[in-house]
Write a protein that binds this ligand. Structure first.
Ligand code: GAL
Length: 566
C-alpha cells in the first residue's frame, strides 16, 4: 500500500517522463528509489523462475483493441503511467506492449527496421527506457511474414523468397530492452511446393532460434494458430507452437473499440473468444498458454456484468490477461473488477489448468477447475437475457454425493463465504459468479466429470456462440448442448466414459451404451489431437445424424473431442 502511494506521487505527464529519461540528473532520489524497488519486484517475479518464462499467464496492457494504428508514444506512456497509478501494475499487469504500426513500411539501407518518426519522435529506446523506469516490462509487435497485418515491414522471408530478418530484428529488440514479442502471422510467404503450415512452422522456429541466439529472456507470443482456425491444420499448429514460445493466439480478434460507434456492444465477441478457447485446454500448461485475446472489460461496449464475465471466464481458463483499453478512462468500478485479487489468483494459479465445462445449457455454462492448493474454483456464467437460478451439488462437481460432504464456497466478487451441502446462486443476465471451493474431507477427490464436446469448423463469430459446440449425449447423439444429465460424463482412469450407470462402448462397429465393466470395448484412448480411439484406427465420430465408429481421419471436425481436464 505504502509503495502504491509513493508511485502515485511520482506519476508525471509523458513529456516530463521523456525529459526525465534524457536528463537523468533531474530525476529525484525518491523516483530512483521507487524505480529500483519496482524494478527489483519485476525481476523477482515467478514468471521467470529457473530461467523458464511465463510460468503463470502473462499480464499487461497492449494498445491494439482500443487504438489500432491511432496512437503515438505519448498514448503508450500515458497508459503505462495509468497502469501504475491505478494500482493495476501492482496486481500483476506488468508488461506494456506496442502493437502494429510502430514501424515504417521500408527498412533502411542496412536492412534495419525503422521506427515511425511521427509516432516516436525520440525513437523506441526512449519509450522502452521510460516503461522500464516505471518498473514495467516492455513488449513489441512484429510479424512472421514479409509485411505486418497493417502493411508495415515484417520480419519474415520476403515475398517471392530471400533472406528473413528474424535475427537482425531480434538483435534490435534486445538492444532496446524488449521483454515480450508478439509475432503475428499475416503475409507469410509460402514457397511453391511447400504447405502453408510448413512455411509458418519455419518462420516461428526461426524467430524462436533468433531469440535464443540474442540471449535476452523475451516472452514469445505466437499468432500462428489463428491463421489456421477452422481447418484441420489448426490442431497440427497447436501441436508445435508450445515448443517455440510461451503463449499463442488461436483465433479471431476480440472486437476492437470503434470511436464512431463507441457504445456498440462487444459482449458477443467476448463470448465467441471464450467459446473457441475453452475446448483447447489440453494444449495448456505452465509456460504454454492459450491466448483468448485482449481483456476489453471496462472499455466502451461492455457493461459491469459483462466485465465481470470476461475476467472470470479468462481466469477460469488461466488465459493471459492483457488489457487493451484506454486505461485513463476506466472508472473505479472497472478497476476494482480488473484488480480483484481473488479472481486474479484463480487466473494465476501455479497449476495452470484450464477449466472443465461441467454443464452447458442454451444460456448458462458451469465451469470447474483444480487449484494448486488442493482447493477448486467454480463459475456459473449466464449469457442469457434473464436471471439464472442454479443449484450446485457436490456430485455435480465430481465429489462424493455422501451426506457428510460439505463444500465451503467463497464468492470471489463479494467475499461472502458459505458452508453448505449445495450452493444456490442467482446469476444476473450477462454476469458470472465465481467461487473458490474448499471441499470437506468427506467429499473425497473429485472425479473427472463434465461434458464431452465437439466444435464446428467455424472461424467467424457471426456463426454464434450457441451453434459452435455440440455435446456428446448418452442418448447416442452429438447435437446442441441442452444441459441434460445425459450430457454429463465421468472419465475413468482406465479410459472409460460413463454417463449415469452406463458406459460408452463399441459393439459390432457401433457406439452403444452398456453396463460398465472391464470390457476392452469400453476403453477409449484420447489423443492430444482430440480423437477418441478404439483399436488401431477407429475413431468415435459425432456426425449430425448420430454416433458412429469410423476410420480416424486428419483432425476431422466430427472426430475432435474435448474432455474434462484431469
Ligand atoms: C491482427 C491481430 C491483432 C493485431 C493486428 C495488428 O492480426 O490479431 O491482435 O495485432 O493484427 O494489425
Amino acid at each position: 500500500m505504502k509503495l502504491d502511494g509513493q508511485i502515485a506521487a511520482v506519476i508525471r505527464p509523458p513529456e516530463a517522463l521523456f525529459a526525465g529519461i534524457s536528463n537523468r540528473r533531474s530525476i529525484s532520489t525518491v523516483m530512483l528509489v521507487v524505480v529500483f524497488v519496482m524494478a527489483s519486484c519485476a525481476m523477482s517475479s515467478p514468471a521467470q523462475e529457473n530461467g523458464r518464462l511465463a510460468l503463470t499467464p502473462p499480464m499487461g496492457w497492449n494498445d491494439w483493441a482500443h487504438y489500432q494504428c491511432g496512437f503515438t508514444a505519448d498514448d503508450i506512456l500515458a497508459n503505462a503511467q495509468a497502469l501504475v497509478k491505478s494500482g493495476l501494475s501492482s496486481h500483476g499487469y506488468n508488461t506494456v506492449t506496442i502493437d502494429d504500426c510502430w514501424m515504417q513500411k521500408a527498412r533502411d539501407s542496412a536492412g534495419n527496421l525503422q521506427v515511425d518518426p511521427k509516432r516516436f519522435p525520440r525513437g523506441m529506446k526512449a519509450v522502452a527506457d521510460a516503461v522500464h523506469g516505471l518498473g514495467l516490462r516492455f513488449g513489441i509487435y512484429e510479424d512472421a511474414g514479409y509485411l505486418t497485418c497493417g502493411g508495415f515491414a515484417g520480419s519474415g522471408v520476403p515475398k517471392g523468397g530471400g533472406k528473413d530478418h528474424f535475427l537482425q530484428d531480434a538483435r534490435l529488440f534486445a538492444s532496446w530492452g524488449v521483454d515480450y514479442l508478439k509475432l503475428d502471422g499475416c503475409n507469410v510467404y509460402v514457397p511453391p511446393g511447400e504447405t502453408q503450415e510448413a512455411a509458418y512452422r519455419q518462420a516461428y522456429a526461426a524467430q524462436a532460434a533468433a531469440l535464443k541466439e540474442v540471449g535476452r529472456p523475451i516472452v514469445f507470443s505466437e499468432s500462428a494458430p489463428a491463421y489456421f482456425q477452422g481447418s484441420p491444420e489448426w490442431y497440427d499448429v497447436l501441436g508445435w507452437v508450445g515448443g517455440y514460445g510461451q503463449l499463442w493466439r488461436e483465433g479471431t480478434d476480440v472486437k476492437v473499440f470503434h470511436p464512431k460507434k463507441p457504445d456498440a456492444s462487444r459482449f458477443d465477441s467476448i463470448l465467441w473468444n471464450y467459446a473457441y478457447n475453452l475446448p483447447l485446454a489440453r494444449w495448456q500448461k505452465p509456460g504454454n498458454w492459450n491466448d483468448a485475446d485482449f481483456i476489453i472489460a471496462g472499455d466502451s461496449g461492455t457493461t459491469a456484468a459483462e466485465s465481470r464475465t470476461q475476467l472470470a471466464l479468462w481466469a477460469m481458463m488461466s488465459a493471459p490477461l492483457i488489457l487493451s483499453s484506454d486505461l485513463r478512462k476506466l472508472d473505479s468500478s472497472s478497476i476494482a473488477i480488473l484488480s480483484n485479487p481473488s479472481v486474479l489468483a484463480i487466473d494465476q494459479d501455479p497449476l495452470g489448468q484450464s477449466a472443465s465445462l461441467i454443464r452447458r445449457t442454451p444460456t448458462v455454462d458451469i465451469l470447474f477447475k483444480r487449484l494448486k492448493s488442493g482447493e477448486f474454483a467454480t463459475a456459473v456464467s449466464n449469457h442469457g437475457a434473464d436471471t439464472a437460478r442454479v443449484e450446485l451439488h457436490p456430485s455435480d462437481l465430481g465429489f462424493s454425493g455422501s451426506d457428510g460432504c460439505r463444500l465451503e464456497f467463497e464468492n470471489l466478487w463479494n467475499g461472502k463465504r458459505q458452508s453448505t451441502a449445495s450452493i444456490q446462486a442467482e446469476v444476473e443476465a450477462h454476469d458470472t459468479e465465481i467461487w473458490r471451493v474448499h471441499a470437506g474431507s468427506a467429499c473425497g477427490a473429485p472425479k473427472r466429470v463434465g461434458t464431452i464436446i465437439l466444435t464446428e469448423n467455424e472461424q467467424k463469430h457471426d456463426f454464434g456462440f450457441e451453434g459452435y459446440t455440440r455435446c456428446l449425449s448418452s442418448q447416442g447423439t452429438a447435437t446442441a448442448c441442452t444441459g441434460s444429465s445425459s450430457e454429463t460424463w465421468v472419465v475413468g482412469t482406465a479410459g472409460s466414459l460413463r454417463s449415469g450407470d452406463s458406459c460408452l462402448a463399441v459393439a459390432s462397429g457401433k457406439a452403444i451404451m452398456q453396463k460398465c465393466s472391464a470390457n476392452p470395448a469400453q476403453h477409449w484412448t484420447w489423443t492430444q489431437a482430440g480423437q477418441l480411439r478404439q483399436g488401431p484406427n477407429q475413431c468415435l465420430t459425432g456426425a449430425h445424424s448420430g454416433l458412429t465408429l469410423q476410420p480416424c481421419g486428419h483432425n476431422l471436425v466430427d472426430q475432435v473431442w474435448s474432455l474434462p481436464s484431469r
